[in-house]
Every structure is written in C-alpha cells, then in structure tokens.
Design a binder for this molecule. Structure first.
Ligand SMILES: NC(=O)c1ccc[n+]([C@@H]2O[C@H](COP(=O)([O-])OP(=O)(O)OC[C@H]3O[C@@H](n4cnc5c(N)ncnc54)[C@H](O)[C@@H]3O)[C@@H](O)[C@H]2O)c1
Length: 253
C-alpha cells in the first residue's frame, strides 16, 4: 500500500531516541522529509545521520519544546528550508519516576506538565497556525494508556496525558474546518530507555500478565501505526484515540 508520504514534511518531537527515533526512521523510509527535534541535540543529529545513511531526507533541530521561542525558531526554520509542515508528531516527554502523590514536589509536577502538555501546546499552536494557513495538516499526539487508567505513582504523567488527549480533541474540533486534523495514540507498554528500569523483575511480570498477548510492544510496531496515521489515507481518523497495547485489560483473567 502506498502511504503517500513521499515528500511530506514531518516534525517528530523527542525524535532523538526511543519511540521518536523509530518513528523518524520509519517515516523517512516511507519517503517523508523528517525533522528530528530534541532537547538532546547530539541524539537528534545521530538520528538525522542515520536517516541520511539509509538514503532518506532528514534534518536535526535542537530545541526545548517548553520554550515558546525555541519552538517558533524551529518551526520557522523548517518552513524556510522545506516550504511547509504537513505533519507534527508530539512525542517528546519528560523523564519520570514512580513517586507517591503525597511525596511529589511541585517542581517535579511542573516539569512533567511543562514538557508533556505545555510543550505539546507550544508546538501545536505554532505549527497549527502554519497548517491553517496552508489549509492542510495533521497532528499526532503520543498519549498513553495512563491517560485512561493512571498508574499509582505517576500522577503528573497520567494527568499530562489526559490533558494532551483533551488538547487533541480541541484542536481536531477547532481546526477540522480548515483541513487540519488531530489524533491521539495510546501505546500500552513498550520497552524503551524511558521505561526499561520500571519494567524489570516482578513488576514487569505483573504488567505482562494483564496484556492479552503477554508481551510488551516494540518501537517498530508503534512506528508502523504512526506511518499509517501520518498518511493522507488515514485523514478520516480524526479526534479520537488509536490504541496499540496488545490487548491490555481487555477482559478479566
Ligand atoms: N515507552 C513506553 O512504554 C510508552 C508507553 C506509553 C506512552 N509512551 C509515550 O511515548 C513517547 C515516547 O516515549 P519514549 O519511551 O520513547 O521516551 P524517551 O524518554 O526514550 O524519549 C523522549 C525524548 O523526548 C526528549 N525530550 C525530553 N524533554 C524535551 C524537551 N523539553 N524538548 C524536546 N525534547 C525533549 C528526550 O530528550 C528524549 O529524546 C512519550 O510521549 C511517552 O509518554 C511511551
């Protein structure tokens, strides 16, 4: 199936590692021009180099998405170099740790919300204005299973993802008339640097036991879904959730 991604200009935030890296490589292999945005410039440049090594088209941009000025500079540079922005993947997320709600410092709460929610707001607003002008565009927001069923010890993370889902629906509702769509994706558990420590040992076994397929997902599986959602043929999937979790809590065991 031709996903018609050839020549599409796609920004992936947090593209320097984990899911973002896998998405960037997969989208580039479908012919998209991929802009890898990350606060870690070295990681972003490494992913850009890998895209180029594989014969794709890509660029790296170091930016802290919590800073509006960084986001404006990044989006302006992308438009100047590539002429337009077809798809924005809001994927970047703050590092998190399990901590009981009553012990969480406000600064930690703020940091998670700043990256996961305010960062997505910054990118969506700046790029959304450009997309509205273009009369077309797609936003893909990487949420989490935790938005619907929070995990104890991850209050800020779960709240940030629930907020991101509400933002996605608002953007879809407000911008649909201008040809701009938004969708949010809820991955279940996927093994990345972000999750590795928390998935070890007994807790990992418990987590697997509630997944119908009894295994965690892979970054490649998620990246494949993102390629489909970025494609113009998936335009009618708008607003609501796309879940990819191997069947987590689908029934009682
Ligand atoms: N791995 C999982 O099991 C899982 C499950 C559900 C949802 N998710 C979601 O998938 C997405 C990617 O997760 P991951 O596991 O690849 O995480 P990760 O920590 O490996 O990658 C996150 C990336 O975001 C970048 N980043 C952090 N703060 C930034 C900032 N201020 N500005 C720009 N970039 C910044 C980091 O440098 C890093 O490259 C996240 O939104 C996460 O919530 C992951």
């Amino acid at each position: 199936m031709d996903l018609q991604l050839s020549g599409k200009v796609i920004i992936v935030t947090g593209g320097g590692r984990g899911h973002g890296e896998a998405m960037a490589l997969a989208l580039a292999s479908e012919g998209a021009t991929v802009v890898v945005v990350d606060i870690n410039g070295e990681n972003a440049r490494n992913v850009e180099a890998e895209i180029l090594r594989r014969g794709g088209v890509g660029a790296a941009h170091q930016a802290d998405i919590t800073r509006m000025a960084d986001v404006e500079a990044m989006a302006g540079a992308v438009r100047q170099r590539f002429g337009r922005i077809d798809v924005l993947v809001n994927n970047a997320c703050a590092a998190i740790r399990r901590i009981p709600f009553l012990e969480m410092e406000a600064a930690e709460w703020d940091q998670v919300i700043a990256v996961n929610l305010r960062g997505a707001f910054n990118c969506s607003q700046v790029v959304g204005r450009m997309m509205k002008e273009q009369g077309a565009g797609r936003m893909i927001n990487i949420s989490s299973f935790a938005a619907e069923l929070p995990a104890a010890g991850f209050a800020a993370y779960s709240a940030s993802k629930a907020g991101l889902e509400a933002l996605s629906k608002t953007v879809a509702g407000e911008l649909g008339a201008f040809g701009v769509t938004a969708v949010y994706v809820r991955p279940g558990v996927v093994e990345t640097e972000f999750t590795k420590a928390g998935h070890a040992g007994e807790i990992g076994e418990k987590m697997r036991s509630v997944i119908a397929l009894r295994r965690f997902g892979t970054t490649e599986e998620l990246a494949t879904v993102i390629c489909f959602l970025a494609s113009p043929i998936a335009e009618y999937i708008n607003g609501g959730p796309v879940t990819i979790d191997g069947g987590k809590y689908v029934c009682q065991f």
